[in-house]
Design a protein around this ligand. Sequence first.
Ligand SMILES: [Zn+2]
Ligand SMILES: [Zn+2]
Length: 199
Amino acid sequence: MNQIKTGKLIRQFRTEMHLTQKQLAERINVSDKAVSKWERGNGCPDISLLSALAELFGTDIRVLLSGEIEKNESEKGDMRKLKFYLCKKCGNMIIAASDASVTCCGAKLSAAEPAERELLKAEDIGGEWYITSDHPMTKEHYISFVAYVNDSSAMIFRQYPEWNLQCTLPMYRSGTLLCNCIKCGLFAQKISPAQKQVK
Ligand SMILES: [Zn+2]
Ligand SMILES: [Zn+2]
């Protein structure tokens, strides 16, 4: 591994999350001096801290070790390019890494094109997002799933009619929130940690 490169990447990810060195240190239970040392390429986090950092940043431990974001993350495929195939007849959902030929209930499905709209509200509850929405959740008209996608991961949260829409997700650097209404279709909005007051 290259300590200088790893340090630079830690600094980049930390600033993308609008965390101070102290705030990052508190999240993973180390001193802010340790974070400052790593970022200057002066020593390196041990393996257990690297995995904690990778989880916090929403990336892969190999990305941190190599200090190179594009190469490693592109090898895994860009999750932001996921395609959602949704069957209106039976409610089935098929997710593909790229264009695919998908058939359900005897009909060929085409990938849903998400419209940009902020249907979901994201609240910072201390390192996690709490997601809610004012959208109807009746039997005839409801959001069937919420998805969170970034460059290295994807999560799906099933939702149920007659229950309030809610889910909790880890706060990564940035990503896209999607939700699917059985009537209105698929919607997408950007999500990233807000600029926090630096004390
Ligand atoms: Zn179907
Ligand atoms: Zn709707």
